[in-house]
Design a protein around this ligand. Structure first.
Ligand code: HSE
Length: 438
């Protein structure tokens, strides 16, 4: 049977992993698909850099157009990352009647609508298993494995960099800046770590995951995003004293008032399944009405885990291509109903001020009589009930951390109370809140 031709755009770390799998597992892939998978092009603007794979120079090009316009290419794999020119290349690939595989979460989260509506118009598929959870086959699990379910919630540790930093802070009692610097030296954090530590990378992934899980379009601007930069070693220590572990969690939850989508540092009870997910690992807890609770765990990034996910998409598409070659009418419906722009009801997103949660609050206050009374007076006016308080010895001259746990409260009330508390002359720094998930 005629081979399936693949063109790769982006010969970086993941691209190299993809080439490696295509070369080393050629026979296995041919057996699974039913025909040979042929890597026809590898395109990158820099072809001089040394890579961990060897290949014929005839495959290499730095002209993406050569790949995108080659009539023999069936599948374009986009591993350039970023928005431009990846977006333009994907749209051109689709217009040129090619299927697309991408691991580009930022692009899908920000331009998913445009990409998937173009794909629908030209009747081609865009698959994206590598975009969330690296090697964990979570997209396929939600789309196929859990298709018999109404999914009620997804809780994910979706960013390896921040999980690594929080894990080391917890294990060593070290502060954020020290661990970040070390993580950068060890290659676990980018030179510019903003996307990861701000929570935005996890938010991109949550947009994709929650759109699929709840079968509704979700926009990035609807997600509450908070990063880990304000978390201190002492927050982690206090959390431990209260019986909790702090994780950067991506949360998607179906509630009667709409869908909650949020990424923020979260205190989880120490016996929660996700608290033992350490280092660069990712995990996603999915709760469906039929299956109950399921947990997916694995390497959320890196050359070979992400290549594993990308190749799984290439296999699915190749089978689809073979099927349509045999029978023109064979039109396997895309299992990846991601953007859902057409004919789907938009489930409302719950406004952030209406969230309810228990909260951990840390105040930096002068060590004076009446401070606790002033803080608790404001909290009580906003009907926020305190469940526990810790105040220990002085750490800085005259300024002490006062830590409180609240009972269930409304986000709007907490935010307003904190604004008032931070105006008290005895409060010396911006107060910190961490939401608690029981
Ligand atoms: N920077 C991401 C992480 C990997 O730390 O998990 C790519 O999604």
């Amino acid at each position: 049977m005629k081979q399936v031709n693949v063109g790769l755009l982006g010969f970086g770390t993941i691209g190299t992993g993809v080439v490696k799998v295509l070369q080393e597992k050629k026979e296995q892939l041919a057996q699974v698909i039913g025909t040979e998978l042929n890597l026809k092009w590898v395109c990158d603007i820099d072809l001089t850099r040394a890579r961990a794979v060897k290949m014929s120079k005839k495959l290499l090009t730095n002209d993406a157009n050569q790949v995108l316009t080659d009539p023999e290419v069936d599948i374009i794999i986009e591993l350039i990352g970023g928005i431009h020119p990846a977006l333009e290349y994907i749209l051109t690939a689709l217009q040129n009647k090619k299927h697309v595989v991408t691991a580009n979460k930022a692009l899908l989260a920000e331009h998913g609508k445009e990409i998937f509506s173009t794909a629908a118009k030209v009747n081609k598929s865009v698959y994206f298993e590598g975009s969330v959870g690296g090697g964990i086959p979570i997209i396929n699990a939600i789309n196929v494995g859990l298709a018999a379910n109404r999914i009620n919630s997804v809780f994910g540790i979706l960013n390896g960099t921040t999980n690594y930093i929080l894990t080391r802070m917890a294990q060593e009692g070290a502060d954020y800046q020290t661990v970040l610097k070390d993580a950068q030296q060890l290659g676990f954090a980018e030179a510019d770590p903003t996307l990861d530590v701000s929570g935005m990378d996890a938010a991109h992934k949550l947009v994709i995951l929650a759109s699929l899980a709840f079968q509704t379009p979700i926009e990035l601007k609807e997600v509450l995003v908070e990063g880990i930069t304000e978390i201190t070693a002492s927050d982690i220590q206090y959390a431990r004293e209260f019986g909790y572990v702090i994780k950067l969690l991506a949360i998607g939850k179906r509630t009667e008032q709409g869908i909650e989508v949020r990424v923020h540092p979260t205190m989880l009870p120490k016996d929660n399944l996700l608290t033992s997910v350490n280092g660069v690992y990712n995990a996603i807890l999915v709760e469906g009405d039929t299956v109950g609770t399921t947990l997916f765990y694995g390497r959320g990034a890196g050359m070979m885990p992400t290549a594993s996910a990308v190749i799984s998409d290439v296999i699915t598409l190749s089978k689809q291509i073979l099927c349509s070659r045999v029978n023109e009418k064979c039109n396997i419906p895309s299992t990846m109903n991601f953007s859902l722009p057409i004919g789907k009801k938009h489930i409302p997103i719950k406004p952030i001020p209406r969230l309810t949660s228990k909260y951990y609050l840390r105040f930096s206050a002068l060590d004076q009589p009446g401070v606790l009374a002033a803080i608790s007076g404001i909290l009580s006016r906003y009907k926020i009930s305190i469940s526990a308080v810790i105040q220990k010895g002085r750490k800085a001259k005259d300024v002490v951390p006062i830590v409180m746990m609240t009972h269930e409260a409304m986000e709007a009330s907490i935010q307003q109370a904190l604004v008032e508390i931070d105006k008290l002359p005895v409060i010396k720094r911006k107060s910190i809140l961490i939401r608690v998930e029981d």
